[in-house]
Design a protein around this ligand. Sequence first.
Ligand code: G6P
Ligand code: ZN
Length: 565
Amino acid sequence: MGYQVKEVASKPYDGQKPGTSGLRKRVKVFQQENYTENFIQAIFDSIKADGATLVIGGDGRYFSPETVQTILRIGSANGVKKFIVGKDAILSTPAASNVIRKYKADGGILLTASHNPGGPNNDFGIKYNVSNGGPAPENVTNRIYEVTKTIQKYKVIEADPVDLSKIGETTYGPSQVQIIDSVQDYVELLEEIFDFPLIKDFLNNNAQSFRVLFDGLHGVTGPYARAILIGKLGLPDAAVQNCIPLPDFGGGHPDPNLTYAHSLVEVVEKNNIQFGAASDGDGDRNMIYGKGAFVTPSDSVAIIADSADVIPYFKKGGVKGLARSMPTSKAIDLVAKKKGLEYFEVPTGWKFFGNLMDAGRLSICGEESFGTGSDHIREKDGLWAVVAWLNILAAANKESPNKLIGIRELLQRHYSIYGRSFFSRYDYEEVSSEGANKLVALLNDAIKTSSLANAIHHSKSTGQDYRISSVTSFSYKDPIDGSVSSNQGQIVLFDDGSRVVFRLSGTGSAGATVRMYVERYVGPDAGPEELSRDTAEGLKGLIEVALEITKLKEFLERDEPTVIT
Ligand code: G6P
Ligand code: ZN
C-alpha cells in the first residue's frame, strides 16, 4: 500500500495530566524528545481511533504546524480514517467545535493554550474534544493521563508532510486528509444565527455615530472577524485591528480584559469609538467595551438572554434555559425568573454547560471569565458574543429611531428594569501555596463552626454595615449524569444578598492564584445615579470588609491584587 507503520520506543514523562483545558506547558517542554508524541499516542490509546474521523486545528501559535504533522503521522498509524484539518493548522476553538458537529466527526484535537502568550519561550497546548464538539469529560482525560504514565512506544507511518496551505483532499498513507477553509463554515453558522441584514442596515445608516472597532490581539479571530465584520456586515477596514494571526501574538498577552487588551481600550477612548470588542488567542473569550462603557461578562450574558428574541436563532428555537458559573454575578438569574425560564449555577469551566445543552435544557450561558455562548456549539464563542451585541443594538435602534442607543444606554435600560449587580474580580497571581491554603483553611473552619455567621462588619470608608448570613462551600450535582463536583469555591453571603466568593485558579502554571469575586446588588428603585456608579465605588465597602474578614493581605502577603477585572 506504499506506507509502513513503524513503532518507536519511548519512555513516560511525569506531569502529562490534562487540566481544565487540555495539556498546557511551555513550548520547550513539548519540544523534549517524544514528549508531544507520547501525549498524542496516549490520546489515540484512549479513544476509538480505528476508523475515526478527527478534526485538527488551533490558534496558530508557535509549534502548531509541526504538531499537526505529528498528529497525522501517529493518528494515521493508529487507524484514523479521515482528518479534517484547518488550513495552515488554524481553526478557532468555536470554529473547531462547529466543524466537529457539522461534519459529525468523532472528535478533534485542538492546538491551543487559549489566552496564554505564545512563541518559543511561552506556552503551547493540546486539547481533546469529543463528538458533541465540547471538551473531553474527565473520564477521558484521566484515561489519557493514565496511559502517559506507562507509555513505552508510539506508532507512526512514514509519509511526507502534508501541505497545510492547500485546500482539498489527499490520500495520506491509509488515511484521507482534507484541508478545509478555516473560516467559511463558521461564517455560515453565524449567518444562520443572527439577523445580518438588520445589523448591516444599522451599521450602514450610522456609519459616523456608531463606529465599531474589533481587536483580534493577533490571535486566531482576525480572519473570522474580517470575513464577518467587513465581508458580510460592510464595515470599513478601520473597523478591525491586530487581525493578522501571529505565532507569538505579536509578543502580547491575547486575553480580552481591561488590563491585557489595552490596545483596544486606548483606541476606543482616544477616538470615541462607540462599540469596541476583543477576543482571545483561540477565539472563545470576548470583551465588549465602548467609549466609557465597559460591559462586565456577567451583565453581557444577562442582556443577551433578556434580548434573545431579537436573535433569529432563539426566535425560532426558543430559549430552553439559562446558566452561569457560580462566581458569575446573579444578573442572569433575574432575567430567568422574570421570563419564567429554568436556570442553573454550575462550577467554573465550560464543560459543565455541555451536558445541559445536550439534554435540551440550556440555550444561553456565560462566565465572569469573559466567556459567553449558547448551544449552537459546545464551546464559548467570542465572535458570537460580539455579533449578538450588534444584533441586539441594531434591533433596539430600530425600535427607537430618534435617539441612538449605544452600549451605555442598553446597560442603563437593563439596570432600570432588573437592578444592577456590581461585580468585580481580584486576582492574586502566583502567591505562595502555603498562604493560599491558610486562607482556604480559615474559610473552611468558618463553614464547620459557623464562627463568622451573624457577625456585623463595618466599612470605615463608606460607613456601610455588612452582616454575614452564611459561609458555604459550593458543590454541584450534575442534573443529567448525577456526577458530583465538590469544593468548587467558598461563598461568604451577607444579609443584603451581597456575596464574596473565593476560589483557587485551576489554570495557573506557577504557585497558587487566588481569585476573589465580589458582588453587590442594587435594586432598580435606587435610581439612575446610584445604578450608574463606577464599579469600584459601588463595591468599595464590601471589598474592605471581605479583605478584613479573611485576613487575605496577611495570608497572601500582598497589599494589592495583580489584576482587577
Ligand atoms: C478556562 C475555561 C473557563 C473557565 C476558566 C477558569 O478558561 O475554559 O471555562 O472559566 O478556565 O479559569 P481559572 O483560572 O479561574 O480556574
Ligand atoms: Zn480561550
